[in-house]
Design a protein. Structure first.
Length: 749
């Protein structure tokens, strides 16, 4: 491309951008709704108070908080606290181009009563820009501990059984090691709750005996967490290793790991999502029947009368349970397997066959969000049919692979389902609200859908869903002066069956708690009137240096001050780039934002960083609401090509020997080009968890190239599971320039 062609294209693009800016000037900008990615620890024992950190995006300094369910209480607000962050191994090109979130930590204390039922509790946050969908906090009944997170290689931590360990695989490639004293001949249960509580962790467990030999291991299967039982033949200290199967890891890679030597019927129970084998929907007045082996084929299958509730176990691996039932043509039969809801590891496959054994339909538990296996079966003829339950993987099975099978005539009816348990209503805008309409038992009539619980300043017209439609698209309209607030709505469907008027309430199938599954949380939000713009620029910037870019503000009628900081969501991996918070005074229409490049970034790679603009907007009642704006548009990115620094630290050795109460003189060379004329400060950087190590900083005069750090060790230095750093800092035109060099410490016994 010639320079003139490039210039012409750039002019055209600039004119297009100006036209778009003019068209959008009077329109509210896109807000940044709040979101959350974890609560850590992810649960607690009954009768305790648990101090947690909640990781969230765009929650600002504080945010509204609620946790529901029996026997649990939390604060109404959570406040920003220091975020725990470990960089971990660098991500290199091309993986470094993927988006990455950078949640901030917020502190809360959750109180659990001594009689609180074991299980999941829903929690969420909200502010003036939206509300989050509910996430899980787990109530358990065993003693609990929380990982003391440190950077570097794994250090084994001893625990005493029975115990539920709250940890997380963070940073990337992290491996946690837990040790315990086992008795020969006494069975031990090891179970993880991760994916089952909303964590992205695909856990792998590895148990090693006192000699270091692997004696048991288990890896996450599809949508399930690993669990196993093991009976030691040798007494002693055992190590349980846990990591992600792909060696991923981040702040939200949470787990609850239970190690228990008490008798338990189901390893998955140890994850504390359920205990034991509770009855399924015990409020149902259905005949109940337990399986009796052999029942692996049609001739051996028990004939059950409808409706019925059968319970069974896929044991041993490869087992198949068959149940026979009679049905008439056109009379729809509902079949449902529950397994995950019981804490069972069973990945159920449900198959319906005719009297000759021909497969008519099947359903896999992986097809649904909640692990349910449901079939609406319309018999083609009168006769006998067979329901077949098996494990998806023939190699899996055992006494813990329990299930409940419900078979019942399906009456004509309607089910309404919500794709999400939240909806955002921006003031002055219309929001689409979609509801799925599911027809069962041959029902084929219109359904009128209405919304209950709306405030006066938000309108939704009723929608009639005709017989050939399976979705209700409703238009939710909030007045421009609607009060910024949170509301709980119910979506109700009205219909008729054989002239009888009926109603049904829309549910969110993935609801964490049964009692809240029909609640839709609507946030009326404050729009963001302002935005910022920048000109496209890509420049070289050295490792460890400060880079700045100028931006202009389109205020949209707001004239107060702003805060500017790095956005909580980035278009790609930050590679260690950091940025502080600056204030833009009232009335100013531009700002310059500085970022600092890390000392270890990939040379020659392009760094793209996105800032965010925050302000308080007053509503008609004078109440102030924090709102923000950010964008990943390339003109608004700070784009640099990472270049070598003009200064380097060179150590004469990669490691030093450490003796208690000893001292080491570490020679250091400073290599700098002619542009570095200021004195240089050289200091030792010691990770917070390493004790009894210190060194006084030294000043290297202008022009000097050598110095020595005198490193002193106390009586119990260490643990040395991560390198220490020598950091050199100088001044370049008023900005710091930093370079670092790592070295290992080797403890002399």
């Amino acid at each position: 491309m010639t320079r003139s062609t490039f210039s012409l294209q750039r002019i055209v693009l600039l004119h297009c951008g100006l036209l778009v800016s003019v068209l959008l000037l009077a329109q509210p900008c896109l807000a940044e709704p709040p979101s959350v990615s974890y609560v850590f620890p992810a649960g607690g024992q009954r009768g305790t108070k648990v101090n947690v950190r909640i990781g969230g995006h765009y929650l600002y300094e504080k945010c509204n908080f609620a946790i529901g369910g029996a026997g649990i209480k939390g604060p109404s607000e959570i406040a920003r606290t220091e975020t725990v962050w470990f960089e971990g191994p660098a991500i290199h090109h091309p993986a470094s181009q993927k988006p990455e979130d950078y949640p901030k930590d917020y502190a809360a204390t959750i109180e659990i009563t001594a009689d609180a039922p074991v299980g999941n509790r829903p929690w969420r946050v909200w502010n003036s820009q939206g509300v989050t969908t509910a996430r899980r906090f787990v109530v358990g009944d065993l003693p609990e501990t929380v990982e003391n997170e440190i950077d570097g290689e794994a250090i084994p931590v001893a625990v005493k059984m029975p115990i539920t360990i709250n940890g997380r695989i963070f940073p990337r490639e992290d491996v946690d090691i837990w040790t315990f004293d086992a008795v020969a001949g006494k069975t031990i249960t090891c179970a993880v709750a991760a994916q089952s509580i909303g964590s992205p962790l695909e856990a792998r467990l590895e148990l090693r005996d006192p000699r270091g030999q692997i004696v048991a291991e288990m890896t996450s299967a599809a949508k399930t967490d690993p669990a196993f039982q093991f009976t030691p033949t040798v007494a002693g200290i055992y190590e349980l290793h846990i990591h992600d199967v792909k060696y991923d890891g981040l702040q939200n890679y949470l787990y609850r790991l239970t190690i228990n030597d008490a008798p338990t019927s189901n390893p998955s129970d140890a994850g504390m999502t359920r205990r034991g084998k509770p009855a399924v929907r015990t409020n149902e007045d259905l005949p109940k029947l337990a399986e009796s082996e052999p029942n692996n084929d049609g001739p051996a299958a028990p004939l059950v009368a409808l409706p019925t509730l059968g319970t069974g176990t896929i044991d041993p691996p490869g087992d198949v349970d068959v149940w026979a039932f009679e049905a008439k043509k056109g009379k729809v039969v509902a079949l449902e397997v529950e397994a995950a809801q019981l804490g069972s590891p069973l990945q159920a496959v449900l198959v319906v066959r005719d009297g000759e054994g021909k497969e008519l339909t099947r359903r896999d538990s992986l097809m649904t969000q909640t692990g349910e296996t449901i079939i609406s079966f319309n018999p083609p003829t009168d006769g006998k049919y067979f329901a077949e339950v098996r494990e998806r993987f023939a190699s899996r099975g055992g006494k813990t692979y329990v299930y409940a099978l419900r078979i019942s005539p399906q009456q004509p009816n309607v089910r309404l389902e919500l794709p999400s348990d939240v909806v955002i209503a921006d003031r002055g805008k219309t929001q689409k609200l979609a509801i799925n309409v599911l027809r069962d038992g041959g029902f084929n009539s219109p359904v009128t859908v209405t919304v209950e619980g709306l405030p006066a300043d938000v309108k939704v017209a009723d929608v009639v869903v005709p017989v050939n439609k399976n979705k209700a698209d409703m238009q939710l309209e909030a007045a421009a002066t609607a009060k910024v607030s949170l509301h709980t709505l119910r979506i109700v469907g009205k219909y008729e069956v054989d002239g009888e008027a009926r109603t049904t309430t829309a549910i969110f199938p993935a609801a964490i708690e049964e009692a809240t599954k029909d609640q839709l949380h609507m946030a009326v939000t404050m729009p963001t009137p302002f935005k910022f713009q920048g000109e496209y620029a890509i420049k070289f910037a050295a490792l460890g240096s400060v880079y700045r870019k100028r931006f202009t503000i389109e205020r949209g009628g707001y004239e107060g001050p702003f805060e500017v900081r790095l956005a909580d969501r980035q278009g790609r991996y930050l590679q260690g780039v950091t940025g502080g918070t600056i204030t833009v005074p009232a009335g100013a229409d531009e700002f310059v934002y500085p970022v600092t490049l890390a000392t270890w970034m990939d040379l020659g790679r392009t760094s793209r960083v996105v800032p965010m603009l925050i302000a308080e907007i007053a509503d008609e009642q004078g109440v102030k609401h924090k709102v923000s704006f950010t964008t990943n548009e390339q003109n608004c990115q700070l784009i640099t090509i990472v270049s070598p620094p003009p200064m380097r630290v060179v150590l004469d050795r990669p490691s030093i020997a450490v003796e208690p109460n000893g001292q080491v003189a570490l020679p250091i060379q400073i290599r700098r080009d002619k542009s570095i004329t200021s004195p240089i400060r050289v200091e030792l950087v010691v990770p917070p968890h390493i004790r009894d190590v210190r060194a006084e900083p030294v000043q290297v005069p202008s022009g000097a190239t050598e110095t020595t750090l005198h490193i002193h060790f106390g009586a119990t230095p260490g643990p040395f599971n991560i390198p220490l750093l020598v950091r050199a800092t100088c001044d370049v035109e008023g900005d710091p320039l930093v370079t670092e060099a790592p070295f290992d410490c080797v403890r002399i016994p």
